[in-house]
Design a binder for this molecule. Sequence first.
Ligand SMILES: Nc1ncnc2c1ncn2[C@@H]1O[C@H](COP(=O)(O)OP(=O)(O)OP(=O)(O)O)[C@@H](O)[C@H]1O
Ligand SMILES: [Mg+2]
Length: 287
Amino acid sequence: MTEQQPKRPVLHVADLVVEYGGRAAFRAVDGVSFDIAPGEVLALVGESGCGKSSTARAVIGMEKPHSGTVLYRDRSVQPLGLRTRPSELTAIQMVFQDPNSSLNPRIRVAQQIAAGSRAARARSLDTEAPSHWLNAVGLSPTLERRYPYQLSGGQRQRVAIARALAARPDLIVADEPISALDASAQASVAAMMRELCVAADAAMLFISHDLSVVRLMADRVAVMYRGRIVESGPTPLVWEQPVHPYTTSLLAAIPHPDGEGVLPAAPASEAPASWSSEIPEALERTR
Ligand SMILES: Nc1ncnc2c1ncn2[C@@H]1O[C@H](COP(=O)(O)OP(=O)(O)OP(=O)(O)O)[C@@H](O)[C@H]1O
Ligand SMILES: [Mg+2]
């Protein structure tokens, strides 16, 4: 079999550094590099505070990196400011953990989703009616006339996902998009996001604490630890042959079907001082 040519990445991130606070700057992201190809889902996992959201914000241009490169379709994300090329910006869609940060409280559900569709039309792409996208995320079209405050948290999150998908994105940056959903909905909504991403040949950066969902939906996984990617690779490989001690402890913490999981001891060489006082969220799930 001949080897396939790798597709040009939708997103190319190299040596990304994000710092907070003036002079005595704290380095939240410390030289992160990754590519995401069309139709590919890359999961970014790691303990709370390791720099996942900071990476995501830098990728979409919400956070100015201290240094490094972020290229979307070979172009720097920096020029994609709000004032320039707005139609290109809409090809990058974000879904955040808190749907309230992306939904307008004064606009009915159907119009929120229609706003996403308008973004697709601006790029000469076909659109679907809001009811189509509500169906796609497992919501009843009867919710179309509601305002966000008339929805449950999980419903709001699905609307936020529907709106992002209606824009027919080329790159989806999803930061904990399924945390607000109940366990059974998490897997199905994640699967739906993956399906639509693959079908559209879009790329997705998927940040999640739910490693069982990551295992199901991500083509590749990057494990982040204290601002750096300590391990990355095809998801099955990282799962079956983890090489970094942090990855091993992370994976050991996934609950088994019998409800048991292993709260790992911090690897001696790598144990951050915070582990004693602050158990990472991903590990907490096993309790
Ligand atoms: N705007 C900010 N100003 C100062 N420090 C920040 C800011 N945003 C994040 N940080 C710090 O940067 C570090 C990384 O934060 P980040 O939100 O990227 O972590 P995360 O991996 O997304 O964590 P979580 O899983 O809890 O969402 C944390 O120590 C956080 O306190
Ligand atoms: Mg975060």
